[in-house]
Design a protein around this ligand. Structure first.
Ligand SMILES: NC(=O)c1ccc[n+]([C@@H]2O[C@H](COP(=O)([O-])OP(=O)(O)OC[C@H]3O[C@@H](n4cnc5c(N)ncnc54)[C@H](O)[C@@H]3O)[C@@H](O)[C@H]2O)c1
Length: 458
């Protein structure tokens, strides 16, 4: 069934309400399942001038932080150490978390930030404050409404991953960002991993030859976390009950998309996706909880293993995996195959034709001294101790640095949109027995001329 523009915009208007209802466990069903929803046309609107978007420089970025949970608290700790910004407001539905952050900010020598904890839509009041940037690390269902509220109130918006999980919501972020000339950035920390940046450096300098194929994924046994009565256990499992797809596509896809110059010379063309049967979460509940525990009777839609394949317009292929409910060690795969070399992860290995011993993998660390990315060389000391091996600090640092200077952000709204949309597109492909799904060109043609990402000259 086609969705008219009026239906589409009224659905967006009700997003905040729907998101609020999420806490009662109903928001996911309040949004139509992607598989049953047609996508409107978005032709003709100008992409940010067809190039990279720059906003006026902001010497001191005044930040309103929304969502002081596990990941948000890490970002807040990073931001307190980064010059050129100040946390002036903080919002969480849990008042104690707001109070904790207020104390942390004061202890770091800043003025106490204004607190907002009057319920699940109180971020709307925060967005009306005198701020430059609203940065959110809330559950997924709040990313779109928080960012829309931020931009509509004249602020730049940054979010944890994914940016959104309905194609129309992602379009609404792109269009709002363009119309209001505000940054709308998804913060994909894995793009700042040391290995990922070393590989990006080598790709840029031609070590891999021409790229042909990449692989990425999010393969992380989250069964215990999903069933906790705290933190992500309060919201993440609900997505597995209601969606069968690649639920968390951006950690694996972001870094390889940067190597492949997606949206900057190439773009995703189409995707096919299949999911295995669902077993892990139901088994886990039966093995870990007593008969009386309601979690034992939960039913899940999410296949334990999702396998998606993407082809780009320039003829490259990408394998994208998702596997969070099975017994397995962690991996984001991180494979980059060019005509002259291949790197792959977990453990990190590389083979370079004519350099590595014939037909043998070498540890990638052998090449770190030569190909370490200049950002890592510059910031290694400061990133020590920060979340996820330091990459979270680097992503926050680059965000603030670029806002301070009025430079384009490393990841922009088109990157976040193209990486996130693999969630809803895979959902639809799975629902249609693996039928190919065209990937929207969020840049509307600008991908042909947008320059490749450059960080500190690389
Ligand atoms: N990039 C990474 O490596 C990484 C790692 C973990 C989590 N994440 C992402 O970060 C986000 C948060 O995950 P988390 O692990 O911190 O979860 P969490 O549950 O620990 O934190 C979420 C926080 O948001 C608060 N919250 C919920 N609804 C809210 C609302 N309407 N308004 C304000 N606050 C609200 C909760 O009280 C909680 O403090 C998710 O998008 C997740 O995918 C990313």
């Amino acid at each position: 069934m086609n969705e008219s523009p009026a239906e589409s915009s009224s659905r967006r208007d009700f997003l905040a309400t729907a998101a609020a209802a999420a806490l009662a466990g109903s928001a996911l069903s309040a949004c139509a399942a992607e598989g049953s929803k047609a996508v409107a046309t978005h032709a003709g609107a100008p992409a940010h001038g067809g190039g990279l978007f720059r906003a006026p420089a902001i010497p001191k970025v005044r930040i309103g932080y929304v969502g002081a949970g596990l990941q948000g608290s890490g970002h807040i700790a990073n931001l307190l150490k980064i010059p050129g910004c100040e946390i002036v407001a903080v919002c969480d539905i849990v008042p104690a978390k707001v109070e904790r952050v207020q104390k942390e900010v004061e202890a770091a020598g800043f003025k106490q930030p204004k607190g907002f904890s009057k319920g699940p839509t109180d971020y709307e009041r925060l967005c009306q404050e005198d701020l430059d940037l609203v940065y959110t690390a809330t559950p997924w269902e709040f990313h779109v409404p928080v960012m829309l509220a931020a931009m509509k109130n004249g602020k730049h918006a940054a979010t944890e991953v994914p940016m959104g999980y309905h194609t129309e919501d992602i379009w609404s972020l792109v269009e709002t960002s363009e119309k209001l000339q505000k940054h709308c950035v998804m913060m994909e920390n894995c793009c700042y991993g040391r290995t990922e940046m070393t590989i990006l450096h080598m790709v840029r300098k031609g070590v891999f030859g021409e790229l042909l194929h990449c692989e990425g994924g999010y393969l992380h046994d989250l069964r215990a976390i999903k069933f906790e009565n705290a933190n992500e256990g309060l919201w993440r499992r609900a997505h597995a009950r209601q969606r069968n797809c690649n639920l968390y596509p951006t950690h694996g896809l972001g870094p390889v998309a940067q190597c492949m110059n997606i949206n900057r010379g190439d773009r995703f063309d189409y995707l096919v996706s299949m999911s295995s049967k669902t077993r892990g979460l139901e088994l886990y509940a039966k093995e870990h909880f007593p008969d009386s525990d309601p979690r034992r009777s939960e039913k899940f839609k999410l296949g334990d293993v999702n396998v998606s394949l993407i082809r780009t317009v320039n003829g490259c292929t990408i394998y994208l995996g998702h596997n969070c409910d099975s017994a397995r060690p962690y991996s984001r795969i991180n494979t980059v195959q060019g005509t002259k070399a291949i790197a792959t992860g977990y453990p990190d290995r590389i083979y370079i034709e004519g350099v590595s011993p014939n037909d043998e993998w070498e540890p990638i660390e052998k090449y770190t001294a030569q190909w370490d990315h200049p950002l890592w060389k510059r910031e290694e000391e400061k990133s020590k101790g920060a979340g996820h091996g330091g990459m979270d600090f680097l992503e926050d640092l680059r965000l603030i640095e670029n806002l301070n200077k009025g430079e384009p952000l490393d990841q922009d709204v088109y990157d976040g949109a193209a990486w996130s949309v693999m969630g809803p597109l895979s959902e639809r492909s799975v629902a249609e027995n693996g039928r190919p799904q065209d990937v929207p060109d969020f840049t509307r043609g600008a991908w042909k001329t947008r320059p490749p990402l450059e960080i500190l000259g690389v």
